[in-house]
Design a protein. Structure first.
Length: 317
């Protein structure tokens, strides 16, 4: 079976997936990531020299691992930080010159589309329809859902790294999310967005989960929540994939994480130490989405943008 590879140069980390693809199915052979924090120190629309150097080094190490396989095709993309940076060309030129690696900067909607395709391939037949896919990344959050045979794609400038560095308030997060969440609620004939706090007014309508939406979360924030819930000392994607977390559990973890000092967070089973400083912002975004949709749960998916890229590399996306 042909083997393909994909690299995601994200705002928080560089991620690699190598796998076999056939008939719209992906079988991972290697998954790896390195925290490079490309969006760290993002000022005046510019990537910092240190963040570029970290990302270049991380991409080089991961590419070396990928090249141990007989790859039929390999695709590499860059997302939020690179598409916003006025000096993104510096990073892209150095990746090509030093690693012979061509990286395509994709827009938010294309990122959402590929993520949706990847999630659908990884959770095929396991989630009740209709599905809305939410990917909380380092610099942006993507939404994708189908309506009357049309794929709706949205990207908002909220991410775990961005919101941590800017100390974005909960009110600002909710205001940024509201237009997209209103679209989703309107499709189900529900009342305007209200970010309910652990309560539902029975006189205002049913929860969106009972009205139809299955909320699927992917990306580092969602998978870390799954690992925290399971108390995984060593990350196991098979245990995390498909895990369902009630909204109340997401709220519980947000309160717990926010209450702990950074050094204590770094010691939690299931939380990568390098993610400890940004996890509160990431979970705040995710929890606000669930409250805004009045969703009862979130289903966690290991399949994501990288899966969509592998499908594209095989011509099956």
């Amino acid at each position: 079976m042909p083997i393909y590879g994909a690299l995601d140069v994200g705002s928080n980390s560089v991620r690699l997936l190598v796998g076999e693809v056939e008939g719209g199915r992906v079988r991972p052979l290697l998954q790896d990531l390195e925290s490079s924090r490309l969006m760290a120190g993002f000022k005046d629309g510019r990537l910092s020299p240190d963040s570029i150097n970290r990302t270049l080094a991380a991409a080089g190490r991961l590419l070396e691992k990928a090249q141990r396989y007989p790859l039929k095709n390999f695709l590499a993309v860059a997302t939020s930080a690179a598409r916003e940076a006025v000096n993104a060309g510096e990073l892209l030129d150095r990746l090509e010159a030093r690693l012979n690696l061509r990286v395509e900067v994709i827009g938010g909607e294309e990122e959402a589309r590929l993520t949706f395709k990847g999630v659908r391939a990884g959770l095929k037949g396991k989630v009740k329809e209709p599905v809305v896919v939410v990917d909380v990344g380092g610099g942006s959050t993507e939404f994708a859902w189908e309506e009357d045979g049309r794929l709706n794609l949205r990207s908002v400038p909220l991410g775990a790294v961005r919101c941590t560095e800017r100390a974005t308030s909960l009110k600002e997060i909710e205001e940024t999310l509201a237009p997209v969440l209103q679209e989703l609620r309107r499709q189900q004939g529900l009342y305007p967005v209200e970010f309910l706090n652990d309560k539902v007014d029975p006189g205002r309508g049913a929860s969106i989960s009972s009205a139809g939406w299955s909320v699927v979360g992917c990306g580092g924030t969602a998978t870390t929540l799954g690992a925290l819930e399971l108390g995984l000392k060593k990350y196991n994607p098979e245990l995390v994939h498909g895990l369902s977390l009630p909204q109340g559990k997401v709220g519980y973890w947000l309160k717990k994480l926010a209450s702990l000092p950074l050094e204590s967070r770094r010691k939690l089973a299931g939380l990568q130490p390098e993610r400890a400083d940004i996890i509160v912002a990431g979970v705040t975004i995710l929890e606000a989405i669930l409250r805004g949709l009045n969703a009862g749960e979130i289903i966690i998916s290991e399949a994501d943008l990288l899966w969509g890229l592998l499908l594209k590399a095989a011509g099956e996306e």
